[in-house]
Design a protein around this ligand. Structure first.
Ligand SMILES: *[C@@H]1O[C@H](CO)[C@@H](O)[C@H](O)[C@H]1NC(C)=O
Length: 173
């Protein structure tokens, strides 16, 4: 009964979700270091530069992200496991705790995301390569499919990222 109520509540919540009318969205940049096999995501251009100095190559914009919390959004956590040089991202407090139990340390929250597909958001897919110890995230289904062919396991949808809002140097509202 409790479960059914929770499901109903979730369904109603997503239908009547209050969407911010025209929130700010900033780019979440992706960088990759093939020598250590680590995908790194940040919303700070200065971190793209400092990662570049460490050997990461910029790979463009992975997604949009809210710089400040808007209605219905939650923080995206960035964690790092130093022994395997792996950055991992999650919007789930339970997953965050699991990562921390596995030696990952919370570094920061690059921004805010949705946990259900509301307000015109799109899925951010998570993948993990067990041998290379690399978490990889993409909004592209074709990229996700090719990652799976090359040995990544599917972690499902880790968040829903915004596409509607005031994007840096452009207005999509
Ligand atoms: C890294 O590896 C060392 C040596 O095996 C271990 O003592 C340490 O706890 C590990 N650190 C993390 C964060 O997993």
């Amino acid at each position: 009964m409790k479960f059914i109520f929770a499901v109903l509540l979730a369904a109603v919540t997503s239908v009547i979700a209050t969407c911010s009318s025209c929130p700010a969205i900033i780019p979440l940049f992706r960088s990759y270091d093939k020598s250590v096999v680590d995908h790194f995501y940040t919303a700070k251009a200065s971190e793209v530069v400092s990662a570049g100095n460490l050997g990461y190559s910029p790979e463009g914009i992975a997604a949009g992200i809210f710089p400040t919390q808007v209605a219905e959004s939650t923080p995206l956590f960035r964690l790092f496991q130093v022994n395997t040089t792996d950055h991992a991202y999650t919007a789930s407090g339970i997953d965050k705790a699991d990562f921390e139990a596995a030696g990952y340390v919370l570094e920061m929250t690059p921004g805010f995301v949705y946990t259900t597909q509301i307000c015109g958001s799109v899925p951010l897919y998570g993948l993990f390569h067990p041998r290379a110890n690399d978490h990889f995230y993409t909004t592209s289904t074709s990229e996700r499919n090719s990652a799976m062919i090359s040995g990544y396991t599917d972690l499902g949808i880790v968040a829903y990222v915004p596409v509607q809002g005031v994007i840096i140097q452009g207005n999509s509202c």
